[in-house]
Design a protein around this ligand. Structure first.
Ligand SMILES: N[C@@H](CCC(=O)N[C@@H](CS)C(=O)NCC(=O)O)C(=O)O
Length: 215
C-alpha cells in the first residue's frame, strides 16, 4: 500500500509480538496503515535512521499525524483514546486495572525477558542453544501460568468477558511466541480465548504468517 500523509506508518516485523499487538489494535479500530519492515535478525532495528525514530532500537513504532509513538502498550492506549470504539479497556476502574495488570504481566514481565536481544546476550555469554531456548520457555511458562490464574474465575469468551480488551491483544501474540519456543500449552482457558480471538478478522489478519514480510 502506498503511504498517504494521513495514513499511519507502522514500523514492525512479522514475528514481533509487540508489533502484532499494535496490528490487532489498528484492525479493531479499522485504521488502514502502511508497513515499514525492519528485519530484526539482520539488525535493521539498529540502523541510524530507525534509531532517530526509536532510540531503543525496538519495534514497533507508529508514525501518525506528525507524531512518532513507541512502546506497544502506549501505542494501543493512544489508539484507544484517539478512536474510542470499540474500547480496548473496560469502563469499570477495577476491571480496567485488572486488564492492565494482565497486559503488563506479558508486556513488562514476560516478553522483555525473552526478546531477541536478551536471548542474543545469553548466547554471547556462551549459553548453548538448548539453554537459551529453555530460558525462553521457562520465562513464557511462568508468565502464562500467572495470566491463566488471573482470569481463572472469569467468564469468556475473551480474557475479561464478552469485550475484547488490551489483555487479549497481549495474550494472543504471546501464545504465538510460546509455540515458537515449544512451551507446553497446559492452559485450556487461554487456548479457548485464543480460539475466540482468532475467529475475529482483526486478530486473524494481524497474524505473523499473514504479513507481507513473513518468511
Ligand atoms: N516493550 C516494547 C518491546 C519491544 C520489543 O522488544 N520489540 C522486539 C520485537 S517483539 C524487538 O524489536 N527486538 C529487537 C531486538 O531485541 O533487538 C514494546 O512493547 O513495544
Amino acid at each position: 500500500m502506498t503511504a498517504t500523509p494521513d495514513m499511519p506508518v507502522l514500523h514492525g516485523y512479522f514475528r514481533s509480538t509487540a508489533a502484532y499487538r499494535v496490528r490487532i489494535a489498528l484492525n479493531l479500530k479499522r485504521v488502514a496503515w502502511c508497513d515499514a519492515f525492519h528485519h530484526l535478525r539482520h539488525g535493521e532495528q539498529r540502523a541510524p535512521a530507525y534509531l532517530r525514530l526509536n532510540p531503543q532500537g525496538l519495534v514497533p513504532a507508529l508514525e501518525w499525524e506528525g507524531a512518532v509513538l513507541t512502546q506497544s502498550l502506549a501505542i494501543c492506549e493512544y489508539l484507544d483514546e484517539r478512536i474510542p470504539a470499540p474500547p480496548l479497556l473496560p469502563a469499570n476502574p477495577v476491571v480496567r486495572a485488572h486488564v492492565r495488570a494482565f497486559a503488563q504481566v506479558i508486556a513488562c514481565d514476560t516478553h522483555p525477558v525473552q526478546n531477541l536481544r536478551v536471548l542474543q546476550r545469553l548466547r554471547a555469554a556462551r549459553l548453548d542453544e538448548a539453554a537459551v531456548n529453555g530460558w525462553a520457555r521457562d520465562t513464557i511458562t511462568d508468565g502464562l501460568s500467572a495470566c491463566n490464574a488471573l482470569i481463572a474465575d472469569r467468564d469468556g469468551p475473551y480474557c475479561f468477558g464478552t469485550q475484547v480488551t488490551l489483555a487479549d491483544l497481549c495474550l494472543i501474540p504471546q501464545l504465538f511466541n510460546a509455540r515458537r519456543f515449544g512451551v507446553e500449552l497446559a492452559w485450556p482457558r487461554l487456548l479457548a480465548v485464543e480460539a475466540a480471538c482468532l475467529a475475529l478478522p482483526a486478530f486473524a489478519d494481524a497474524a505473523p504468517e499473514r504479513q507481507p514480510d513473513a518468511e
